[in-house]
Design a protein around this ligand. Sequence first.
Ligand code: EPS
Length: 446
Amino acid sequence: MHFTTAGESHGSFLVTVVTDVPAGVSVTTGIINAFLARRRSGYGRSERMTFERDEIQILSGVQGDKSTGAPLAVLIANVDSSYATGDGSPPDDRHTGDSVAGDPPSNNAHSNNCCVDDFPSHNDQPSGAHFNDRHIISPTKDDCIPRPGHADMAALQKIGATDLRAISERASGRETAARVVAGAIAASYLAEFGVEVSSFVTGIGSVDMPAERVAAGVLAKPPFTRVDIEASPVRCPDADTTSRIVAAIDAAAHDGDTLGGRFMLVVRGLVPGLGSYTCGPERLSSLLAATLASIPTVKGLEFGRGFDGSYHRGSQINDVIALVPEDGCIQPGRLSNNLGGLEGGMTNGQPLVVRVATKAPPGLARPLASVDLMRRQTTPAPTRRSDVCVVPAVAVVAEAEAAVVLASACQKKFGGDTVADAQAACEHYRERLAALSTCSLNASGG
Ligand code: EPS
């Protein structure tokens, strides 16, 4: 399963195209909407999340609530669609296709206000300035001021100076809504194999959940449920920690600041042997690290005990292989899960556990300093709507990203054409694994 996204934060639509989806996966607007609604939630989001509805339209690849095996294309409508993109025509023209050939493109309100004329001449430039003025077509002063922590400045240098919105519109965290569409489809596929992808927030800013409760939360049978997690406004299944986090977010908002944090990604029900020990890039750890690190604001990843594990001796951190009871039999398993369910780049049948750290988002209401590229002056960065905290939403996006990687690994092991064929192959594989249990010894008279 693979996906790509298109669309801008304030364009008319975000688009997700998902390919290599086996036939027979349950795909409904309800399944996708439920995932998208979780991404919109979380205390500390900007006011945009109060009016975006993420209304979707499934354009292809589904018949009667099941995937057909053909690529799926899904649209998410942006309510805030103030940025004209594509052919530049307003959304209504695009729906009806009734724009008249030869008409000038109807751009947004700012587009004729090219700031190139406002530029000092080359002679006025400070030495060391390398901007190519001819390409700077930003329509407003704010759009010539890169915001620290965003893609603005590095991308401007990378692609040549241009209207910063062409960068920020695509680099925005809004694009992750389109990723969640693919994740919802992948999670629906994984559910057919009894795999549950989940996450919970463990800390935001300097507030952390008690370590014992975090440790219990990543066990095969945790003391709290998905309902408990979603009942918290910050997706943290600990009432006291939730209250302290909410207070911390309020304090940051009051100061015009933002907060990052930490969450656990936990996937239960995975069979051993997904991924590969044979080639580095095929290792599940590589694939998961790449996909999770691709999420904006993600700055740290730990598999299992991660950095903490590095302080311990091999005798303390490697999970002993033991005979453990399962389904009335005794079979080889583990008594601990220090390695987070991954050994040799493969799942080992334990819950997959990844701890993720995110930085505080860059949209500060009390802005950091930046440079006005039009006037070559230092100036405060522009202020827009501020997401004071996005950690609960990023955790949902991480679920989506991980689901796609795990669904692909599952397809690779069990076949990619239909869900039913893959389930049969998985059942056969489980029977092969059961041959290692004491029940099979008894059955064979051993
Ligand atoms: C987001 C939508 C954006 C931001 C946020 C994520 O909307 P707007 O720019 O209109 O306020 O709220 O973007 C970022 C955090 C970012 O860094 O760009 C969303 O739908 O998640």
